[in-house]
Every structure is written in structure tokens, then in C-alpha cells.
Write a protein that binds this ligand. Structure first.
Ligand SMILES: *[C@@H]1O[C@H](CO)[C@@H](O)[C@H](O)[C@H]1NC(C)=O
Ligand SMILES: *[C@@H]1O[C@H](CO)[C@@H](O)[C@H](O)[C@H]1NC(C)=O
Ligand SMILES: *[C@@H]1O[C@H](CO)[C@@H](O)[C@H](O)[C@H]1NC(C)=O
Length: 786
């Protein structure tokens, strides 16, 4: 799941706090929903739970299975753009890493405005890594209204060089000046930072010692002198999240009306020999200026080195990109190619690293679980700058084609966060900065709640590549013990009421405020299911996920020679992939489609209820009105992404008649649009319906690129052979064209990739820039599905 709170029709200048209010409301119901399973999970799975006076207490300890990560997979002291939630920031991949960041603002007519630091949609800025390999360098273009500049950086062993390069100012604002404040922060109190003073008494650089890096020096270079600087110890209450407040707090104005950082405002009397923790260096710049910050570890000399090395790096990256994706050989216009490169680069450049504890509801209290270290892509820098389990599977469908070893490092960091039972937190919110982007109600994770095991899809896709297998098959064997535990956890905790069925936990069976209680764990949030959640229901998508997972796990079990497990996994694989089993539980003869099953009413609506409180004030709330009683049945009045799963996850044989039916249905107007496949059929009573008074339709109409990607990958697969291959081929090329053209049109018009797209107009909607799974447009352009 992600959030279900962003309305598809959002304006670009929305305010985050308003959204968070909505989010909080949505979350309230969700939180309450989580308490159900605590009572009903007592099905004797004592391996997983200790029951304690009737309530379930989850074991929250890290798994001691062999790590999936390799001990020396990366250098923890190498710098990277691992702070996706800020416009520009660098850190290393270790706990308590030193942090680098940038704050900028505008000064005009004796006042300051537009303090920028953390990515925010309401800033109305266009920014994307245009070129980045996610590990050693990046080139980002930032367009903040009239001000355009590039933020570039380059790593050298334990050093980095970075620059801010201004472009001409597009629209001159009288007397406006632009100020950039670089900051450098030492979180580890044993690291040191001192000003290095020249013979003229001026500070010429900063020096110190950092754990793991050793001696270092920080130098600034610019055609424009430093306007002011400050370095100091932070108070115990210091919170990096409020860095712009700190900058504003010590900003002063001089007689000429220019704003500068005034160290005296800190009231700290430090000797040059006193170590500092936080450094600000400020430049006030004009168009075409360049400002550079270099961090030189181990006596490295970076002065004057940046330009040539950076240009070479950029050139090589673009060359590799061209070779890997071969877009030049297609007929796309040049701007499509740049779009594809930006999609990949912003995905890679947004990879973050976090270390800390996840807050988990253990059943009797909320406990810190960890410590966990996560390397992961993010769906959206301003809105979702943290790890999401199922999104990360999609992200790695993109990342693996560029750098499979990076994908293995990312997947292993997720697998290594597993509990001894095999549960992995669905959202990774590990440090104060990550927490600052999440309303309190969203933070707690629930160890009975699953999320689609997309990692198995990525791994299946990797295993189809002979190149990959030649080089990395041993890594999959290292993943095996944890993948197996992950699978066993899913199989046991999400099992359905009948053999061969599965049920997502975490739906609220008692609410009367939701039109159709959400299924957040499924990732499809408000996609309609049985109207009245009960333990009798079972879910089509989850059976398909288990079918896929068992196929993949069986194959790796063979590589890992787990002979003892073979009979069990083979039996699972046969049952979960059995078309007989699928049809028995999910196929409707009368409707000729696959459906969920459960306690369902086909006639529900949200009804307005007005009442007067004791002060005479009128309130209007919406409650669900059930017009015909629910009964146990297939959920036949819902059609959309969910119903395509046997095709999306390729359970159906190429000769299957049912495949033929699904393909025919795809092209019907209810799902087909000129911009891609919409999430919920336009004939469904749930199409574009609000789920509560406040929660707008999310997976009830809008077009989502992850699902369109799965559809395209399957169409391509079924194009290869069988009686439906020609139909599949035609659908494939038409759908592909529609998806690419619309994303490109929206990208050209707005400069953003979007969370989802409007099914009537194609317009981008929801959070943005969203280079999570929407960035899969590059795979689609390059036809790289495996
Ligand atoms: C379900 O949601 C309703 C509010 O809509 C709430 O009052 C109730 O406590 C929730 N039930 C559970 C078991 O979480
Ligand atoms: C797994 O990794 C953790 C954290 O990096 C480490 O403490 C632990 O010793 C490793 N376990 C094994 C079995 O290598
Ligand atoms: C801080 O640095 C010291 C060495 O200077 C090191 O022993 C310690 O592990 C570091 N702390 C963290 C949280 O990384």
C-alpha cells in the first residue's frame, strides 16, 4: 500500500499539511482495522506467535538466518546522493554518517523568501536527476521559478566534489539576489570539525577527523567570495529536519540590505581549537556563477579537478545508457530519449540509505524493531521518500537492467530486515528525517500485515537472463534461506479458509464509514473486494502471488539443493498454480471472469446523514447504506486490475480459453483508454467512487503504470506462441504506444512523472515527481521486460 489520500485531481501547489490531514483521517480507520487480526490470529501458529492471555504478541527479533547481504558489498565511507527527501544532499552508507546539504533562498527589497531544502510539492519546483548512476555521480537540473541551476556531484573514494552551476535568470526580479547555504553536519559526536585559519587570520578551509574516513578537509571554490559562514556546536534539541529554521534564525541583514549568516547570533564563544558539529557556508550568487564544495578525505586534492572528470563521467554514463537501452535505434524523438534517461537517473539518484529502528505494534505495545539498515529506491522524493516493500520490486525491474549488482544489494538489505518469523516491514521509516515526512498515525508497522511479494517477480525475471545467471546465481543461493522464510510466513499467515485459497489480513469488518473496506496490504488499497470483510473471504491476487512465489522458490530451492524441502514446495507449486484450483475458487461461469470471493452485497452506497449536536450545530457525515443483504458469493460486480491477475502473473497457459477471454475483455471500453488500462472498469458501480466522505477514488479508475507494465510484460510473453499470440501482439503494440505517448506528453507539459494518470484526459495526478514505478516507462520504451 501507499497512501490513499491524494486525490487524483490535485493541483500542483497543494499544501502537504492539508494532505496529511486527509492521510491522518484515512489512517485512523486503517489503524483500527489492524486490531482485528490480533484477536483472530489465534489459529495455533505457535511457531510465529506467543499467545498471552488471549491477545497475540508478536516475536520481534531479527532473523538469525545467514545474511543475504555480502559483508563487503560496498564501501560504507563512499559518498552518495542517499538523501532523497532533500533537493540536494549527500551522505555515506553507514549509521551516523556525516551529512551534506543545501538550503537556498531569495533576497529582495530587504526581505527574504523561498527558503528551500526538503522536497515539497508546494514549492512548485521542477527537479530531477537528469544523469545519475545512483552510486558515484549525479547531475540534477533544478528550476525554481525564474532561477535555474544544476547540482552536480562526483565521488572519489572517500571524497566528493560538488557544484552548483547557475543558468541565466529567466525573469529578472528587481534587486533580487539568490543565496546558497551549504551545510555539513556531524551526527557522530566523536567526529571533529575545526576551522583552518590562514596567516591572514581568515578561515581558508575546514578540517577534522571522521570515523572510517580519517582526516579530511573541506574547501569551497567560487568566482564569487563566501558572503558569510558559521560553525558551531548544536544544542541537544537540534533536529536536522528544521535546518531552514536554524539558517533563518541566525540570518541577519547588513546596512546594504544584504542578508548574511551571523555567527554572533548563536551566542557561542568557540576557540579555533573547539570542535564543531554543524557548518554553514553561504554564497550570494548571480547568474552563470559556479560554486563548488569539495570534501577531501585522505589528503585527496580535488581543486581544479571537477570539470574534466565530471564531463568524462557524464559522457560515459550516457554512452552506457545508449548501449543498454538502444533507444537511438527506435524512432523516438530525441526528447523521449532524454525522458527515458531522466526516468532511470532519478530512480537511481533517489536511492536512499537509512539506519535506525522501525516502530512496530508487537500486539501489546509499540516497540522499536532493529537496528535496520536499508538501501532502497523511493516512489516519490517529496511525498514518499522512504522504502515501500512492493514498490521496491517494481523499482528493481528498472534498476536491474542498468546495474544488477545494485539490485542484489537493495534486495538483500530488505531481506536482512526480516524478523525471525519471516515478516518484513511494509514501509521503512527508520530515522527522524524519514519520520518527519510521515504523519504519526502512519508510522507504526504491523507484523501480521503482508504486501505483495514483488521480489519474487523481480527474481523470476532475473533468472530468465542467462547473463545474470552466469554471473550471479550464487547470490540467489545466498538469498535462499531468507526468501524461503519470507514465503513460509506468507503462506502460513495469509492462508484462506479453504485449501488452495489466500486472504489478505488487515481489512476492517465492522466499519460503516467505508463504501468498501480497504485492503491496504494488497497494494491496491481501495480496489473493491467483498463488501463485508469476514474470515470466509479469499483473494484472487494473493493466490496468484503465491503461485508465482512458489514457482520461483522451487527453482531456487533446487539451486540451493534443499532436497528436504522439495516435496513441500513442489506440492505447493502444483496446487497454487493449478488452473483447476484457480477456477474452482475464482472463476464465474456466468460472468466468464475471475473474481474474489466473500460476504458481499451488490448494492451499497454512501449516504449522507445530517444531525444536530447539542450546541445546535448541523453535521453531515457519510455512512454506508447496505441496500441488499450480503451473502457469500463471488464479487462479480467489480472488474479491473485485480481480475487480470491470472494473466498478469502468467498462471494461464498460452492455449487457455480463459486467456483468450481476458485478452478480449482488455480491449473493451470498460478498461481500455487511449492512455493505458484504467484500474477499475467504467461499468463498475465503484468506478470513481469515494470510499469515505474524504477518501477520493484511488485504484477506482486512474491509470497506474506498474499494472500497465505487468500487462505489457504478459502481452509480450503471450505474443510468443499459442492461439492467442496474434491478439496479444496487437494489444501489446497498441497499449505500449498509448502508455508511452501519454507519459511523454505529460512529461513535456509539466516536467514531471506522475503517480497515476487520469483515465479520461491522460493528465498526470497524485504525487509528483513520481519516478517510482512510473519510471518503468523506460523499460517499456526499450522493451526490456526480462
Ligand atoms: C473499523 O472501523 C471503525 C470506524 O469506521 C472503527 O470504529 C472500528 O473500531 C474498526 N474496527 C476495528 C476492529 O478496527
Ligand atoms: C549479518 O549482518 C549483521 C549486520 O551487518 C551482522 O551484525 C551479523 O554478524 C551478520 N551475520 C552473519 C551471520 O554474518
Ligand atoms: C562514532 O565514531 C566512533 C569512532 O570515532 C565509532 O566507534 C562509533 O561506532 C561511531 N558511532 C556510530 C553511531 O557510528
Amino acid at each position: 500500500m501507499r497512501k490513499r489520500n491524494v486525490k487524483p485531481s490535485q493541483k500542483t501547489n497543494q499544501n502537504d499539511s492539508v494532505q496529511y490531514e486527509k492521510a491522518a483521517r484515512a489512517k485512523e480507520t486503517q489503524i483500527l482495522a489492524y486490531s482485528i487480526p490480533a484477536a483472530i490470529v489465534l489459529t495455533g501458529i505457535l511457531v510465529f506467535y506467543i499467545t498471552n492471555y488471549g491477545s497475540t504478541v508478536f516475536i520481534l527479533e531479527k532473523s538469525n538466518l545467514p545474511n543475504a547481504s555480502l559483508p563487503n558489498a560496498y564501501d560504507p565511507n563512499a559518498w552518495g546522493s542517499y538523501r532523497p527527501h532533500v533537493y540536494f544532499g549527500l551522505k555515506t552508507r553507514k549509521p551516523a554518517s556525516p551529512l551534506v546539504g543545501l538550503v537556498w533562498y531569495r533576497q529582495a527589497l530587504g526581505s527574504v523568501d523561498r527558503f528551500r531544502h526538503g522536497c515539497r510539492q508546494e514549492d512548485n519546483i521542477r527537479y530531477m536527476w537528469q544523469d545519475s548512476d545512483g552510486e558515484t555521480f549525479g547531475h540534477q537540473r533544478v528550476i525554481d521559478n525564474e532561477l535555474t541551476f544544476d547540482t552536480n556531484w562526483l565521488g572519489f573514494k572517500h571524497s566528493f566534489a560538488s557544484e552548483i552551476k547557475l543558468h541565466p535568470i529567466s525573469q529578472k526580479i528587481p534587486n533580487a539576489k539568490y543565496t546558497f547555504v551549504f551545510y555539513f553536519y556531524l551526527e557522530n559526536e566523536s567526529d571533529t570539525l575545526y576551522p583552518e585559519v590562514g596567516s591572514d587570520g581568515q578561515v581558508k578551509s575546514y578540517i577534522g577527523n571522521i570515523d572510517g574516513i580519517g582526516k579530511y578537509r573541506i574547501r569551497f571554490e567560487s568566482n564569487n567570495p563566501v558572503t558569510s559562514e558559521a560553525s558551531f556546536k548544536v544544542p541537544p534539541t537540534f533536529n536536522l529536519v528544521s535546518i531552514t529554521d536554524v539558517v533563518q534564525g541566525i540570518t541577519d541583514v547588513n546596512d546594504e540590505g544584504t542578508f548574511f549568516i551571523n555567527q554572533a547570533k548563536l551566542g557561542q564563544n568557540l576557540e579555533n581549537s573547539d570542535s564543531r558539529q554543524l557548518l554553514f557556508v553561504q554564497f550570494t550568487v548571480a547568474e552563470n556563477d559556479v560554486v563548488r564544495m569539495h570534501f577531501e578525505g585522505n589528503e585527496e586534492q580535488l581543486e581544479g579537478k571537477f570539470g574534466d572528470v565530471f564531463n568524462k563521467k557524464l559522457e560515459n554514463f550516457r554512452k552506457t545508457f545508449d548501449e543498454k537501452y538502444e533507444l537511438k535505434q527506435t524512432n523516438y524523438p530525441a526528447n523521449y530519449e532524454m525522458m527515458g534517461r531522466a526516468a532511470l537517473s532519478n530512480m537511481l539518484g533517489s536511492i536512499g540509505y537509512w539506519h535506525g529502528y522501525s516502530e512496530v505494534d508487537s500486539g501489546d505495545s509499540v516497540k522499536p524493531y532493529g537496528p535496520l539498515s536499508l538501501l532502497s529506491g523511493v516512489p516519490s522524493r517529496p511525498f514518499f521518500p522512504r522504502g515501500f516493500l512492493w514498490d521496491e520490486g517494481f523499482h528493481n525491474l528498472l534498476i536491474k537492467n542498468f546495474n544488477p549488482s545494485l539490485t542484489l544489494n537493495i534486495l538483500s538489505s530488505w531481506l536482512d530486515s526480516m524478523t525471525s518469523t519471516g515478516w518484513i516491514p511494509r514501509e521503512m521509516i527508520l530515522d527522524p528525517e524519514a519520520r518527519s515526512k510521515v504523519p504519526a498515525e502512519f508510522i507504526t508497522q504491523h507484523p501480521d500485515v503482508a504486501n505483495p511479494p514483488m521480489f519474487f517477480y523481480v527474481i523470476e525475471s532475473l533468472m530468465r537472463s542467462t547473463d545474470f545467471m552466469t554471473q550471479y546465481s550464487r547470490r540467489l543461493v545466498q538469498f535462499y534461506p531468507r526468501l524461503k522464510q519470507f514465503y513460509l510466513w506468507l503462506k502460513e499467515t495469509q492462508k484462506g479458509p479453504k485449501k488452495g485459497t489466500f486472504r489478505w489480513r488487515g481489512r476492517n469488518g465492522t466499519t460503516d464509514l467505508e463504501l468498501n473496506p480497504k485492503t491496504l496490504p494488497s497494494g491496491l488499497d481501495d480496489f473493491p473486494r467483498a463488501s463485508h470483510p469476514t474470515n470466509d473471504e479469499y483473494h484472487l491476487d494473493l493466490l496468484c502471488w503465491m503461485a508465482l512465489s512458489s514457482r520461483v522458490l522451487r527453482q531456487i530451492a533446487e539451486y540451493a539443493s534443499d532436497t528436504a524441502f522439495m516435496p513441500e514446495i513442489e506440492e505447493d507449486m502444483e496446487l497454487f498454480n493449478s488452473i483447476e484450483n484457480l477456477d474452482k475458487h475464482h472463476w464465474s461461469e456466468s460472468k466468464q471472469r475471475y473474481f474474489d470471493y466473500g460476504f458481499h452485497s451488490e448494492n451499497v452506497a454512501l449516504k449522507e446523514i445530517r444531525f444536530q449536536d447539542k450546541n445546535g450545530q448541523i453535521h453531515v457525515i457519510k455512512k454506508r447504506d447496505v441496500k441488499s443483504p450480503p451473502k457469500l458469493q463471488l464479487v462479480e460486480n467489480v472488474y479491473g486490475y485485480l481480475n487480470l491477475f491470472p494473466f498478469l502473473l502468467r498462471l494461464l497457459h498460452p492455449t487457455s480459453d480463459k486467456l483468450g477471454i481476458i485478452l478480449k475483455d482488455l480491449k473493451k471500453e470498460e478498461l481500455w483508454t487511449p492512455y493505458g488500462l484504467r484500474s477499475t472498469s467504467s461499468n463498475s458501480p465503484y468506478y470513481m467512487r469515494y470510499n469515505t466522505q474524504h477518501d477520493g477514488p484511488y485504484w477506482r479508475g486512474p491509470i497506474w503504470i506498474n499494472m500497465n507494465y505487468l500487462a505489457l510484460a504478459s502481452l509480450k510473453h503471450y505474443s510468443a506462441s499459442g492461439p492467442h499470440s496474434e491478439v496479444a501482439r496487437n494489444l501489446y503494440s497498441e497499449l505500449r504506444q498509448n502508455v508511452i505517448t501519454n507519459i511523454a506528453t505529460q512529461y513535456q507539459a509539466t516536467g514531471h512523472f506522475w503517480e497515476h494518470y487520469n483515465d479520461k484526459t491522460g493528465k498526470g495526478a497524485g504525487s509528483h515527481p513520481f519516478t517510482g514505478w512510473t519510471a518503468l516507462v523506460l523499460n517499456i520504451m526499450a522493451e526490456k521486460y526480462d
